[in-house]
Design a binder for this molecule. Sequence first.
Ligand SMILES: [Zn+2]
Length: 141
Amino acid sequence: MLERFKIDDGRHFPAVRIDEDASTAAGAARWRAACSCGRMPAHPAGTRAQALAAHVDHARTRLGPTRGPAWLPVGVRIVVLLLLMLAVALACYFGGLALVEGYDLTGARAASVRAGSVLGGFASAFGLMVAARHFIAPTQA
Ligand SMILES: [Zn+2]
């Protein structure tokens, strides 16, 4: 479960550190990279730049292209998503207001319908974001 979560989030943070054994053998600092996903294959220790390059190679094999349309830049996709989220949240908010007016609600009931519509709006907007994430962020190859 945890393992699957790690793969799904698609994040690969490098952790570069000096390999003591290799450094002693080579008589100079030798670096080795590991990945936050824990699935990076071992690579020969080398310079810090080589270790980082090895991590980049690993991340490239793990991350596929985004599933969104190629003609739409990622920055634009994020803006579109934010606008959609805003529209969903506003639609819920005004839907709540319309309910209050339509049923002539007053006092606590009106307040709870309004609060519910705001919460529902946020929840829907968040759900939209989760559903759309594969179209924006790189996916697992
Ligand atoms: Zn990784």
